[in-house]
Design a protein around this ligand. Structure first.
Ligand code: MG
Ligand code: MG
Length: 261
């Protein structure tokens, strides 16, 4: 059973996802060489609590942070640490969740730290574009596979590879609901999209090969097997009979990044 949300529930999800969007923008202000991933985590936690929510990831499955902060070859689920320092040329994926009024928010963005290699900059651009290609397909009457295919096609057409082991998901009173939303697949396959479904689309795209390792050291961090960089962007979308209703926005982040140029 895939749960359909009422309009009121979609609005509560929107509130959460706007707060996540703003939290990521707050984090964006502080992304520069020399900052630790723990400092970013503290900034996010304070911002979320000040705004009347609680961090959605903290304690989720035992996760110890407010943010997942994943640098370079780390794909997702990096644990914030006072010993991890951002340096010029890194990329850093920041994934953030909130819980407020009984519903979750969940979004991710990958930032360049200072100047990055041209190929790495292209990886960020194409991963974000792949996400947006997927969002375009998130309308009632399509199937999950239409989203999956659109994401995969754009990433692979640009020479990158798509992580298979981790997928997008439904979002609601639980962080991870049905359906799963893979970033690879076939058009016309998978669950039918219906008005009232809310899903997170979140491509993880690798510069090199698609294979990943799951850390046996900290139990969380996922890294590329070939140690090449990986990017991750995530938006939450409510399915309507018309245009996709994107509950999250990168506009707050874009504003900060533009001001910093
Ligand atoms: Mg997320
Ligand atoms: Mg997610």
């Amino acid at each position: 059973m895939i749960e359909l949300k009422t309009e009121e529930e979609v609005e509560l999800l929107r509130e959460n996802n706007i707060l996540v969007s703003k939290t990521l923008a707050e984090v964006a202000k502080h992304i520069k060489p020399g900052v630790t991933t723990m400092e970013l985590d503290e900034i996010a936690e304070e911002y979320i609590r000040t705004n009347g929510a609680i961090p959605g990831f903290l304690g989720y499955g035992g996760f110890p942070g407010t943010l997942c902060v994943s640098i370079n070859e780390e794909v997702v689920h990096g644990i914030p640490s006072k010993d991890r320092v951002l340096k010029e040329g890194d990329i850093v994926s920041v994934d953030c969740g909130t819980l407020m009024k009984g519903f979750y928010g969940d979004s991710a963005f990958t930032f360049a730290v200072g100047e990055v290699d041209a190929q790495v900059a292209k990886l960020l651009e194409i991963t974000k574009e792949s996400l947006l290609k997927g969002v375009e397909k998130a309308v009632a009457g399509n199937r999950v596979g239409d989203i999956s295919y659109a994401v995969q096609q754009h990433a692979e057409a640009n020479g990158f590879s798509v992580v298979r082991e981790l997928v997008g998901h439904g979002l609601g009173r639980k962080m991870h609901e049905r359906p799963e939303v893979p970033n690879y697949g076939m058009r016309g396959r998978g669950p039918l999209l219906r008005k009232g479904m809310v899903i997170c689309i979140e491509p993880m795209v690798n510069l090199g090969k698609r294979e990943v390792n799951f850390s046996e050291v900290d139990g969380w961090t996922v890294t590329t097997r070939d140690k090449m960089p990986s990017a991750h962007f995530e938006l939450a979308v409510a399915i309507t009979s018309g245009k996709p209703d994107v509950l999250t926005t990168f506009s707050f982040i874009d504003q900060i990044l533009t001001e910093r140029k």
